[in-house]
Design a protein around this ligand. Sequence first.
Ligand SMILES: N[C@@H](CCC(=O)N[C@@H](CS)C(=O)NCC(=O)O)C(=O)O
Length: 235
Amino acid sequence: MEKQAIYELYGSPDSANLVVRMALEVLHQPYRYHAVDRSIQAHKSETYRQLNPQGLLPVLVDPDQDAPLFETAAILLHMSDKHGSLGALPNGPERGRFLKWLFFLSSTLQSDLRVSFRPHVYVTDKAGQSELVSTLGGRVNEHFALLNAEIEKQQGSFLLGYEVSVLDLLLAACARWAVLYTHGEAAKIDHLSALQEMLRTVEVMPEVAKAAELECLGPTPFTAPRVPDVPGVTD
Ligand SMILES: N[C@@H](CCC(=O)N[C@@H](CS)C(=O)NCC(=O)O)C(=O)O
């Protein structure tokens, strides 16, 4: 019998591949995982840059596509469209809302977080770094408040309403990282009750729990996050 071609996911514990892994698990898609050791900068190697010339995680290889995919939000959109799940149908009434929050999560929240994890990449002097991180901290808190208000507006517990989508998976990961990895104060999200309810609901989904275990995140990755005790996590 011919072997089924499956997805290939490249990642490192608790990097953005976490979101793609959660989506693959929830979609019940088989995949092969390739560990990329950030502690030895394997993501900057020539071999890895063939997959993602930026030298960033994650990469998803879809055997039906003519090139590897990078950029987390693009991967999520591709997967949700391809499998007709965890998103909004291209011609459906929720599509605009889905796209707008996906782009907001990726290009505003995740981007601000990325800078606040690595301020030294953007500003050389220490005082400048502190100012940058503090400004971003305020912005990130505002982003979470906005997302909390959007969930509050819904009938269900999720950004799109009753159904979990890739938006919630990306938001859950950002909430986790914002508490653990910013160089300034941890994000203030405990009081955001709609967000916290979404995090609790997502966290107990068996597929999400499996992804969290595979990423070494511990039993409460979103409601009480802890830094995984494995090499290469915070470099
Ligand atoms: N916009 C990219 C950002 C990816 C990204 O920043 N990945 C981090 C891990 S979460 C990474 O590879 N960091 C290593 C580095 O910056 O050298 C995406 O969404 O995929």
